[in-house]
Every structure is written in C-alpha cells, then in structure tokens.
Design a protein around this ligand. Structure first.
Ligand SMILES: [Zn+2]
Length: 432
C-alpha cells in the first residue's frame, strides 16, 4: 500500500535517546519516513496528529517473542502476534525459532518473512543455533544469516554443550550476528516449576534455584570473553546473574542483557496469593523480592540494557492444569509498556528517557535493527503514549490469541494510544 500522507505530530514530549532528544517539539513524517524532528514549524499540507500531553517516541522494539507459527497457530500466529505488538506500542518484534518445525533452515527463515508480509509491524526471525534445537549439531548458520536471520538462539533450552557454544559464538561473530542465550543449567533446574525460596519450600513444588541461571550465564560469558566476541543474554531473572553480568561488563566483556516486565514486577509471594495460578508459571521463574531489587538496580546502572517481553502464548486449555504440569510462559506484548511506565517510571525506579532507551533504542542497537530512533530518513515507526490514561488489563480484549497473563485485572496508568509503522497509523485509540 502506498503511503503518501505527510503527517506532523505536534505538541508532544518527544523522547529519542539515540539522538539525544527530550523536549516538546514536532515530528514531521513524509510518506514512510521521518522527515525531521523540530525545526521551523510548517503544518501546511500535512495531516496533524495532536500529541499535546503525550509522550512521543520511536516505536518500541521487542527482541524476544514467541509467535507459535508454524505449528501452534491456535496459540498465536505471526499476524496475531504483530497485532498484539502494535496495541502495545511495539513496532518491531524478533521471534524465537522454537516453533514446530523449528526455524533452523533458510527456507524456515524465508517462511517467517513471507508470513510477516501482511503483518502490521516489522517481524524479524531469530534462527536456531543447533539443528532441531537439539543442542547437538550446529545449524547452517551461514545460510540462516544469508536468508535474513537477525540473531541465533536455542531459546527455550540452553546450549549445554560448551564446545558447541564456543563454535556457535565464533561463527555468529564471523557472520556479524549475535547469539541471544537462554541460560540454564538443566541439572540444577532439575525439573523444577518455580523459584527456589520460601514459597516453594511452603508449597513443596519442585524448585529452580537462581544459580541454575547464573552458573550458565557465567560459563557463557567466560567463553565469549575467551573468544573476544559479543553475546546477548535473554531474560535475566536472578540476583546472582546480575552480579555475574555486572562483573563481566566491568572487565570489558562485550555483553548485553535483557529483563522482562514480569521479572521486574512480580515476586513469588504473588504466586502464593494467586493460589498458584498457572499464568504465573514461566521459565526462568518469577523470583524473590531481592531478585527484583537486584534487577531494578541493574536497569538503572546499565548492567541490563533492554526490556523484552519473552511473549510466550499458550492457548487456555494447555495452561488449564495444575502448577507442576502446566507449560511455562507468559504473554506480554500488550501490557509491557504500560507495566513499565506504571510500576517503574511512575515509581521513580527509572525515568521516561531510560524507559525508551531500554524498550526501543537499545534493543534495536543490540541486534543492529533498522529501528529505535527518530533519525531523519529512518522509517517512521512512532509510538504515542498517554502517560495519564488509566486502564484495567482485560485479557479478553487482547489481540493475542492467548490469554496467559498474570496481570489480568491490574489497574495501570499510561498506555500507548497511537502506533505508526513506516508512516502508516496501524493502531489508534485517540478517537481522532
Ligand atoms: Zn528462554
């Protein structure tokens, strides 16, 4: 569809950390691209989007999602996932390869791009590190990169074989791409279902200690350091992991890390309060208050670089089991920005600029995606966020095909109200 409309977004607080912008000004859009931010006011021949009182920032970038296509289209499709994204102010998503079949060949990568053609936001596939995600043999990483994979991961499972990981890190680096690693020592996890702490002790539910994650992160960072290559760490949840990453950064290891909204906000007491609602079951598990405090410190001091949802849809019948037997996973695309704003920005853990850095500028930079900035000539991917809008999370209203959120019923303040992708308004609840 040709996008010829010239827009001006006026009156909003424009936050564009990549370009050092944080002020009330205008954003001019010409067709698909950003024409300029600020400068001489000239609204002639333009459609005006009034953003007075709003935050205006580059569209959010979520580098960790599961879209379940191919193989489990009841839970999510690329299109439904992308629709969930735009309702959450997210304009670029990366999807993990643990579909059925997994994305471990060039044709699988092309399939994702093909299916994403009609999707309302940018969708980039992450390809498997190992064939069939089995952790035994490397995938054809060169072919996958050539087909357009933006990173490699066996997410859902760790790469337990250290030699395989070493080779994967080296090849990925030669291809100019990164690994994004799910770090978990499966022996320490020992088929646990929740965080090892007071609540697991009380309930008798088999538990996963924080060190299951931290031990593996430490190994992965040592290997990356030895090779002198960059690496990205998925969904950091434990305080021990934060210490390991912080120490590695201090000695110059090229590591970036992400945390999810649920690990930053929920603790295991909430699982007890919920009566062991399986919508709280996720891997890595919801941890303790101390872990949350460590993660929040890490957000503020730069140890953690990005917020990603690990959006993991499951159709209702698959979560309708007891806690031990339910699958791991929480959806997050439609609540992420509002949760971070409500729980972290309004409560002064981070400010608005850091929020945009963590949710747009940095994730784009980590995988070198063409997003995350309102730079002249860039695609006009823009989120308009109403910082005063109060709303209640109602999973039945989600565009996602799944409902597995632990935040149902939460009253939040702040919401993405207009999302533009490549100069096209793809989501708009401003009423204009
Ligand atoms: Zn994972």
């Amino acid at each position: 569809m040709p996008r010829e409309t010239k827009y001006v977004v006026k009156g909003g607080r424009v936050i564009d950390p990549a370009n050092g912008i944080d002020r009330i000004t205008e954003v001019y859009i010409d067709g698909q691209i950003i024409e300029r931010v600020g400068g001489k006011k000239n609204f002639q021949g333009r459609q005006i989007i009034d953003a007075t009182g709003m935050l205006v920032f580059p569209g959010l970038v979520d580098i960790h999602t599961h879209l379940r296509e191919p193989g489990n289209e009841d839970a999510e499709t690329i299109d439904s996932g992308a629709n969930a994204a735009i309702r959450g102010g997210v304009t670029t998503i990366c999807c993990m390869p643990n579909t059925n079949p997994p994305v471990d060949s060039a044709s699988d990568v092309r399939y994702i791009y093909d299916r994403a053609q009609e999707a309302p936001c940018w969708v980039y596939p992450i390809a498997a590190i190992s064939k069939g995600l089995k952790g035994e043999e490397l995938s054809e990483m060169g072919d996958l990169a050539y087909a357009g994979a933006v990173a490699f991961s066996d997410d859902g499972r760790p790469v337990s074989n250290s030699q395989l990981l070493r080779n994967a890190l080296a090849y990925a680096d030669m291809l100019g791409l990164k690994l994004t690693l799910h770090c978990e020592d499966l022996q320490l996890t020992n088929e646990g279902s929740m965080h090892e702490g007071t609540v697991s002790g009380l309930s008798g539910i088999p538990a996963i200690p924080g060190i299951s994650e931290a031990v593996m992160i430490t190994r992965d960072l040592l290997i990356a350091e030895f090779l002198g290559v960059p690496v990205h760490i998925c969904h950091v949840s434990a305080k021990e992991s934060v210490h390991s990453i912080r120490a590695a950064k201090a000695r110059g290891v090229s590591v970036t890390a992400e945390a999810t909204p649920h690990h930053l906000i929920l603790d295991d007491e909430k699982i007890l309060d919920s009566g062991f609602d399986t919508n709280f079951k996720v891997n890595p598990p919801i941890r303790s208050r101390e872990d949350i405090e460590a993660l929040r410190e890490a957000l503020a001091d730069g140890t953690i670089d990005a917020i990603a949802t690990d959006h993991a849809p499951h159709s209702p019948h698959t979560k309708d089991k007891d806690f031990i037997n339910a699958p791991f996973g929480i959806i997050g695309l439609e609540t992420s920005a509002s949760l971070i704003y409500s729980e972290l920005v309004r409560k002064k853990v981070i400010d608005e600029v850091r929020m945009v850095e963590l949710m747009s500028a940095n994730p784009a930079k980590i995988f070198d995606l063409p997003a995350g900035a309102l730079t002249q000539g860039a695609f006009a991917d823009i989120t308009i966020f109403d910082p005063e809008k109060k709303w209640t999370v109602d999973a039945n209203q989600f565009a996602s095909l799944s409902r597995n959120t632990p935040f149902a019923g939460w009253e939040l303040t702040g919401k993405p109200v207009l999302t533009m992708v490549a100069g096209e308004i793809v989501y708009n609840e401003t009423g204009e």
